[in-house]
Design a protein around this ligand. Structure first.
Ligand code: NAD
Ligand code: MG
Length: 411
């Protein structure tokens, strides 16, 4: 039996909580947004902007876009604005002169901002760079809305263990996981047979293989349905995104790996389907707009109004599905194999993918080298005896750094 099978409800962090459990009712909720200048950050602030009476902004963070960060901090009268790249600190201080917002910078600045007490914190930094701030937020936030999937993939039980030990509630924001969370019938978790995550298949799904394997960054960035940051858009084109999401679902929900399925669904209308032992399937549908899952995390366990496009079923006409082609999308198979192999393999998978995607986005490699680099890095790590159990956060960062060095050398 693989280590990823067997009953495991105790360590999953996102079993829907019993009815009655809710976010505290406060007139003005204190919220922070880690990764405020990105795609998820923008969508979150769009909702906040429309509901100014309901929220007060504590912290906003970004990595390099200092002008946008300062503008948002002014608009929302944030308590603290923190820029990851310390080279922008002086610019931030200057841009915030005359406001009530404290400026901070660097890794400690990000963690200081993340550890200010809140009712709700959005974790929307991209990549493993989000791990430190999200862990810092755990002791300070009542609720963490988790958009960043790389935290869970890289740090696995180190992350979920810290989450469970804190008094913080985690609400998934990734659209498929929010959809799964909303489709789980809490009356009998044991009655779930499968959870099916949908994948759009990305922009090059229908191209002949010899052409799609040479897609440029511009081709791969042209996502047909979703508007997202560059890293997750490339991950969607390779289906690594769906692989990371299978691992994410495994950590969030009390399911065995074999119960987590993927189907290609080009319209991105259904986000997740949960199948039960009586033949019922509960699905979550909605327009591909991240404001829906973000609003669900904000209002949970209630709902709030969001002006996203409404589905018009007659206009939609049809919904299509097909099994993912693992020859065309080897990253999905690599992620599944890493999940079976164990947490350290997932850490290496994520690190190698982050490096390969960064290189591809910089125009320094071809899209087919992403899967090849991830596969070769995992093999090297395995041969070097690095694929062992993860004991703590220091080991996660060490292994991540070693895998990055290997991936860079391979590229
Ligand atoms: P993005 O690239 O648009 O934004 C990333 C944010 O993180 C920016 O604010 C940026 O300044 C900050 N950031 C980048 N590098 C950083 C670093 N080293 N240290 C600190 N901050 C840093 O990304 P996004 O599309 O908003 O995605 C954010 C996360 O949410 C990703 O993990 C992604 O997989 C996940 N997600 C995104 C979407 C989507 O629709 N965009 C959907 C589901 C999940
Ligand atoms: Mg998703």
């Amino acid at each position: 039996m693989s280590e990823r099978t067997g009953a495991r409800s105790a360590d999953a962090v996102c079993v829907p909580l019993p009815v009655g459990h809710s976010q505290p009712e406060v007139a003005l909720r204190r919220i922070s947004i880690l990764g405020a200048t990105g795609s998820i950050g923008e969508s979150t602030l769009d909702i906040v902007r429309r509901n100014r009476d309901a929220f007060t902004v504590v912290a906003l963070t970004a990595q390099t876009n200092v002008d946008k960060l300062a503008k948002l901090a002014r608009e929302f009268d944030a308590e603290i604005a923190s820029i990851g790249d310390p080279a922008h600190y002086a610019t931030l201080v200057e841009a915030l002169a005359g406001t009530n917002t404290v400026a901070a910078a660097g890794e400690t600045g990000l963690e200081d901002a993340a550890s200010r007490p809140t009712d709700w914190t959005m974790a929307a930094v991209v990549g493993i760079a989000g791990l430190g701030p999200t862990m810092a937020a755990m002791s300070a936030a009542n609720v963490i809305a988790l958009a960043n999937k790389e935290c869970l993939v890289s740090a696995g039980s180190v992350f979920t263990g810290a989450m469970s030990a804190s008094n913080t509630t985690l609400i998934p924001v990734d659209s498929e996981h929010s959809a799964g969370f909303q489709s789980i019938d809490t009356s009998g978790l044991a009655s779930i047979e499968t959870m099916t995550l949908t994948a759009s298949g990305g922009p090059v799904r229908e191209w002949p293989l010899d052409k799609s394997s040479k897609a440029t960054r511009y081709d791969a960035l042209a996502h047909p349905n979703w508007s997202m940051g560059p890293k997750v858009t490339i991950d969607s084109a390779t289906l690594m995104n769906k692989g990371l999401e299978v691992i994410e679902a495994w950590h969030l929900f009390p399911l065995e790996s074999r119960q987590i399925d993927v189907v290609v669904h080009p319209q991105s209308t259904i986000h997740c389907m949960v199948s039960y032992c009586d033949g019922s399937v509960i699905a979550h549908l909605g327009a591909p707009d991240m404001r829906t899952p973000i609003a669900y995390a904000l209002a949970w366990p209630r709902r709030m109004h969001v002006p996203v496009e409404r589905l018009d079923f007659a206009k939609l006409g049809r919904l299509d599905f097909e099994a993912p082609d693992l020859t065309r999308f080897p990253c999905l198979g690599l992620a599944r194999a890493a999940l079976e192999r164990g947490e350290a393999a997932c850490t290496v998978l994520n690190a190698a993918n982050e490096i390969a995607v960064e290189r591809f986005l910089a125009g320094g490699t071809t899209i087919d080298r992403i899967a090849a680099t991830v596969e070769a890095t995992i093999e090297q790590a395995e041969n070097a005896g690095l694929i062992a159990s993860l004991e703590g956060i220091v080991q996660v960062y060490d292994l991540d750094a070693q895998a990055r060095r290997m991936a860079r050398a391979l590229l």
